[in-house]
Ligand binder design. Structure first.
Ligand SMILES: Cc1cc2nc3c(=O)[nH]c(=O)nc-3n(C[C@H](O)[C@H](O)[C@H](O)COP(=O)(O)OP(=O)(O)OC[C@H]3O[C@@H](n4cnc5c(N)ncnc54)[C@H](O)[C@@H]3O)c2cc1C
Length: 448
């Protein structure tokens, strides 16, 4: 369902002729154009190496496809029980009634490279000292080289009383866990916007995949209330466990200014610790140890995120520093090679690096990981560096978004010079709505 865009207080949607011009130029533009910097592969390198890839989400499959073209004779084994492939950047569109659920559901079998072995199981143990992983079924798989691509663990268990199966009922929502949860979130949002009331939108203190998603959900909820005519009967409150709502200061300030104009309230240093789903009450903790309880009609829960247990509990995890608590993979942030096990690389959300948990990050870093790994197979040093490129099309209302791109240092890195990253536009919306999925599929297939 695509509703007609509604003009909000900061709406800057283009006029019809300008929109037509933008549409014409958009068709010619590559989406999120960031080039990896990895040299174009020469002839395939001969090797008999066995490469194991743990995780077959975007990062795992993208690297597998690249390696299968760059290597001649390698054995590639992909380990992941999951058969469905989910286009996660589309979840916010499903959860806000823009896309049907079918648009985020694909099949992994269609994207694995020909000839790759697929072990349909989960890794339960990483033993890098013996170059072995162990699966839930007890299979021990030895490797010469390992790519860790397990993504994040959504730690809903840290929120007392939270029940993922209850998403969609009693005003409980969360875009994160699955396509079904995104669909159920849209059902809850529709029920809420029909009458209006008190909405609470949460943000945990951990690193997040797509840190913009909680903000997009907030902008879109406000827009849906506006469209339903129940905004006047409603209050939208964003509850951040941090002292900000987004880690890049320029974006944070921009979003807060927009929310002030849209009358979206913000409370900082309020961490969601519990929920009473039946009574519709949410519990928050503050740094001073205060316990705050809030009633709600609609609650959007963003879970704390960390590395999955098999990575967190292994010697592959950071042992000290800012990424140790989450058990994130200890990679060099530039080469994405493991800092202590040189035959191990990380791709995607699992990496313990500053920022960089988006599909756009995988787009730019998968060619670098594949290149650097092939270098190591050839007994050379990894020689291409990743700059931490991260991108987030920040939806500000239906029909409008900001295309925000930045690096490890939080410097804005706009790849399309005609778009001001902090100005919302129909073109950025069009990218999110129509162009990002084809770009994602090209990354998955190892084509870009
Ligand atoms: C709501 C939402 C909105 C988003 N919006 C955007 C956006 O607008 N733009 C953008 O660029 N990105 C966005 N993203 C982020 C993007 O989807 C992720 O960054 C990307 O999918 C990361 O790829 P990955 O391969 O690291 O992890 P995933 O794609 O999550 O894949 C991880 C895989 O590892 C497997 N796995 C886990 N544990 C194990 C194990 N022990 N053994 C074997 N396999 C295992 C899982 O089954 C899964 O298949 C969004 C994500 C969400 C959830």
């Amino acid at each position: 369902m695509l509703h007609r865009p509604s003009p909000g207080p900061l709406a800057t949607g283009p006029t019809q002729p300008a929109r037509r011009r933008w549409l014409r130029s958009a068709a010619a533009l590559p989406l999120v154009t960031a080039a990896s910097g990895a040299p174009a592969p020469a002839a395939a390198q001969k090797t008999s190496a066995h490469i194991v890839i743990a995780g077959s989400g975007l990062g795992g499959i993208a690297v597998a496809n690249r390696l299968s073209k760059m290597l001649d004779g390698a054995k590639i084994t992909i380990i992941d029980r999951k058969e469905e492939h989910n286009y996660q950047p589309g979840y916010t569109l499903v959860a806000t009634g823009v896309w049907p659920i079918g648009k985020v559901r694909e099949h992994n079998a269609e994207f694995h490279p020909a000839g790759a072995e697929w072990i349909k199981d989960m890794v339960t143990e990483f033993d890098p000292a013996s170059n072995t992983v162990v699966t839930a079924g007890g299979q021990r798989v030895r490797y010469d080289f390992l790519v860790v691509a397990t993504g994040v663990h959504l730690d809903f268990a840290q929120i007392e009383g939270m029940d993922v199966a209850a998403i969609g009922s009693n005003g409980l929502a969360s875009v994160y866990p699955s396509p079904q949860a995104a669909q159920a979130t849209w059902n809850a949002m529709q029920a809420f916007t029909a009458k209006g009331g008190q909405a609470l939108m949460t943000l945990p203190a951990t690193p997040l995949k797509c840190a913009g998603a909680p903000l997009k959900m907030t902008f879109m909820l406000r827009d849906r209330l506006h469209q339903a005519g129940t905004l006047g009967a409603s209050r939208v409150q964003f509850m951040s466990a941090l002292g900000n709502v987004f880690g890049v200061p320029a974006v944070n300030d921009n979003v807060l200014a927009r929310w002030k104009a849209l009358d979206i309230g913000v409370e900082f240093s309020h961490k969601l610790t519990g929920v009473d789903i039946g009574a519709r009450r949410a519990m928050f903790a503050t740094p001073e140890g205060e316990k705050v309880e809030r009633p709600y009609d609609f609650l959007h829960v963003v879970p704390p995120m960390r590395a999955p247990d098999p990575v967190k509990n292994s010697d592959l995890a950071w042992k000290e520093g800012p990424f140790a608590a989450g058990g994130w993979l200890e990679v060099d942030k530039s080469t994405l090679q493991h800092r202590r096990y040189p035959n191990v690389f990380g791709i995607g959300d699992i990496n313990g690096t500053p920022r960089g948990k988006t599909a756009a990050t995988v787009k730019k870093s998968a060619p670098i990981v594949a290149h650097n790994l092939v270098q190591v197979i050839a007994q050379q040093k990894p020689d291409v560096d990743f700059d931490g490129y991260t991108s987030c099309p920040m939806i500000t209302r239906e029909g409008s978004a900001m295309l925000i791109e930045f690096d490890y240092e939080g410097r804005l890195q706009p790849s399309l010079p005609m778009i001001d990253p902090l100005q919302d536009s129909f073109l950025a919306w069009l990218m999110k709505y129509r162009m990002l999925k084809p770009a994602y599929m090209a990354v998955l297939k190892g084509r870009v």
